[in-house]
Write a protein that binds this ligand. Structure first.
Ligand code: SAM
Length: 272
């Protein structure tokens, strides 16, 4: 093969392979993201017949909700097991959604293909934010809407992620995915390619019978945590015990009446 034509090797290839394995177990958590999907769609002001891309779509909760409203929806995700579930969800719901296996950092679409580009708690996990956002803007039409839901670093999910990073730092060169929940960082990353940036805060209430059950469930379903628990079980079981104690104490701070408060940020912007 002509060396000039070979694609640039991805420095995060191994990391993404591990992410893919971890996220394969995410599907029970669609029960929590399903109610958030219409909120993001409303925030983005999606209209019937819009061409909508759902980046890091998981089991398709955003794309399928958009399709039910009449949009021409496409979903893309790294994890084949979740896409299988997404296709089944769309088939049972009786809507046509195109699903693609792929990477937010390398979207397999032409420039200006979509009226709306969305991501619900998804594109934040791409290790190079500047590449993911450039790709999402590239495939969006001028005048089109970009909107996403993200976790602020100072609230429950952000603090949980920081706790995990204490035990297993992200690969060198990867900023915390939770920076996408900081409106100043979001503005900086969107830069001068967009106008009319609007933020909105929302709450996901998670039914939790006890912090121990919640911790056990997250260890079985949240991709990066699954990988961390695997690593610590093999090398440092005492650190795993400590992580578990800290995770339960953190959850207790946000738990009231068997509901765990997970507040998040929604962003909307128009491509110039
Ligand atoms: C928290 S889940 C959110 C799924 C879905 N958007 C929802 O709201 O239910 C995160 C998703 O990001 C996907 N993901 C992680 N890194 C990705 C990447 N580089 N490109 C595309 N998808 C990615 C995972 O496979 C997983 O489906």
């Amino acid at each position: 093969m002509n060396a000039q034509l070979s694609p640039t090797p991805d420095p995060f290839f191994q990391f993404k392979q591990a992410q893919k394995q971890g996220w394969a177990h995410f599907f029970p958590l669609e029960a929590l993201t399903i109610p958030q999907a219409p909120r993001l769609i409303r925030h983005a002001k999606v209209r019937s017949a819009d061409r909508v891309l759902d980046v890091a779509c998981g089991t398709g909760v955003v794309s399928i909700t958009a399709a039910r409203l009449g949009a021409q929806a496409t979903g893309l995700d790294l994890t084949p097991e979740l896409l299988q579930r997404a296709r089944e969800n769309a088939r049972i719901s009786g809507v046509a959604v195109e699903f693609h296996e792929g990477d937010a950092e390398r979207l397999p679409f032409e420039d200006s293909s979509f009226d709306v580009v969305l991501s619900q708690f998804g594109h934040i996990f791409a290790p190079r934010p500047e590449i993911a956002i450039a790709e999402m803007l590239r495939v969006l039409k001028p005048g089109g809407t970009m909107a996403f839901s993200t976790w602020p670093p100072e609230l429950y999910v952000g603090r949980s992620m920081a706790l995990m990073s204490k035990y297993l730092p992200p690969p060198a060169g990867m900023p915390s995915p939770m920076l996408w929940g900081d409106s100043n960082v979001v503005r900086e990353r969107l830069g001068d390619k967009v106008k009319d940036v609007v933020f909105h805060r929302a709450r996901m209430n998670v039914p939790v019978l006890s912090v121990q059950i919640h911790r056990t469930n997250t260890e079985r379903t949240v991709g990066p945590l699954i990988k961390l628990v695997e690593a610590l079980s093999a090398t440092a079981p005492e650190k795993l015990d400590q992580l578990r104690r800290e995770a339960e104490a953190l959850a207790a701070e946000y738990l009231e009446d068997n509901l765990l408060r997970q507040d998040y940020l929604m962003t909307r912007a128009i491509k110039i």
